[in-house]
Design a binder for this molecule. Structure first.
Ligand code: F6P
Length: 367
């Protein structure tokens, strides 16, 4: 069997661990040839196609390395569905390369492209979910998320000491698109006082009241905000729009918007740090290395058993799979009844909800 492997969409820590596990599992089986496809689906859109054989040597020593040895792309140049001529060209390349199946490692955008290619040119794929956003349907943990949470948590802890010294309100903006998983888990792990998520539109007055309460006591406040969060009645903060891209809206900057809204109401100086791509880079945590290896191994098993058109999943702690069509164009956001939200409220974290500000009496206290 001839199997293509590609990484699509934004990169995340653990991609190389998947490439390694898929390739080693398929090679060990003895009857597979593995071809690495460059820069997501773009490699199949080139003439000649951007591919290279992957053997044991190519994938050795990359388990712990961030990024992807295959390259990836989020731009329209990697959208094989963009027009009929491109689709036809991709179909020709797939036939010329003799590809039986492609292991597509990516997020919901990549799964949508994989689904579209199966329908339109008959290219079957096996999907592996990746994203620091942890927002893929039917997958309770995507690899890369644990590393991003660790990075954002570390940043929050570093911000706290300087916030304390200067008695400031420090806003830390995380990535995560329209899902608040990253802000929520990093916020809890990094001891944020206020956590603002895309799933709960925030009430400015609730945050003002909460920060004023803390000005009387701890004299500094840490706010962790997901990039997709917004004030009640306001619209999303969009950094850039890229027409025809599989992911046309780029978020970012809501931390600055919140600073401008908050500052006039507070005595403390308000400052913003946008964490940005530092959350996507670096070596995967041990947890992500293991999870990515399990996902890669399971993807190879799907290939070897001919179960194409499926994406690897983690549900109820068990590795399994679902049809790619069931995850294409879907997102998994934080449910409003999630236990972590209830817990956060119970331990006094402000989620920006009206009428639920910190009610503790003014007194000296610790963070
Ligand atoms: O989906 C992963 C992610 O890092 C999001 O959290 C973020 O909004 C987006 O990608 C940023 O994409 P880009 O690197 O294309 O700006």
């Amino acid at each position: 069997m001839r199997v293509g492997v590609l990484t699509g969409g934004g990169d995340c820590p653990g991609l190389n661990a998947v490439i390694r596990a898929v390739t080693k599992s398929l090679i060990n089986h003895g009857q597979c040839e593995v071809l690495g496809i460059a820069d997501g689906f773009e490699g199949l859109m080139l003439d000649p196609p951007g591919v290279k054989p992957l053997g044991w040597d190519e994938v050795s020593g990359i388990l712990h390395v961030g990024g992807t040895i295959l390259g990836t792309s989020t731009s329209n140049s990697a959208n094989p569905l963009r027009d009929a001529a491109t689709l036809e060209h991709v179909g020709r390349n797939v036939r010329a390369l003799g590809l039986d199946v492609v292991v597509a490692i990516g997020g919901d955008g990549t799964m949508s492209l994989a689904h579209g290619l199966a329908e339109q040119v008959g290219l079957t794929c096996v999907g592996v979910p990746k994203t620091i956003d942890n927002d893929i349907a039917n997958c309770e943990r995507s690899f890369g998320f644990d590393t991003a949470v660790a990075t954002a948590t570390e940043a929050l802890r570093r911000i706290e000491s300087t916030a304390n010294s200067h008695h400031r309100v420090m806003i830390v903006e995380t990535m995560g698109r329209h899902a608040g998983w990253l802000a929520l888990e990093a916020g809890i792990a990094g001891a944020a006082d206020v956590i603002l998520l895309p799933e709960i539109d925030y009430d400015l007055q609730a945050i003002v009241d909460f920060c004023r309460g803390r000005e009387q006591r701890q004299r500094y406040t840490i706010i962790c905000i997901g990039e997709g969060a917004k004030e009640s009645g306001a619209s999303l903060t969009v950094r850039e729009r890229i027409e025809q891209s599989p992911d046309p809206v780029r978020l970012g900057g809501v931390g600055h918007v919140l600073r401008e809204r908050l500052q006039p109401h507070l005595r403390s100086e308000v400052r913003t740090t946008v964490l940005g791509h530092v959350q996507r880079g670096g070596d995967p945590t041990p947890f992500d290395r293991v999870l990515a290896t399990q996902y890669g191994h399971h993807a190879a098993q799907l290939v070897l058993s001919g179960r194409f058109g499926r994406m690897v999943t983690l549900q109820g702690g068990e590795i399994g799979s679902v049809e790619i069509s069931r995850v294409a164009n879907t997102q998994r956001t934080v449910p409003l009844d999630h236990g972590l939200l209830t817990m956060a409220r119970d331990i006094g974290i402000c989620l920006g909800e009206p009428g639920k500000q910190d009610a503790r009496p003014a007194a000296a206290g610790s963070h």
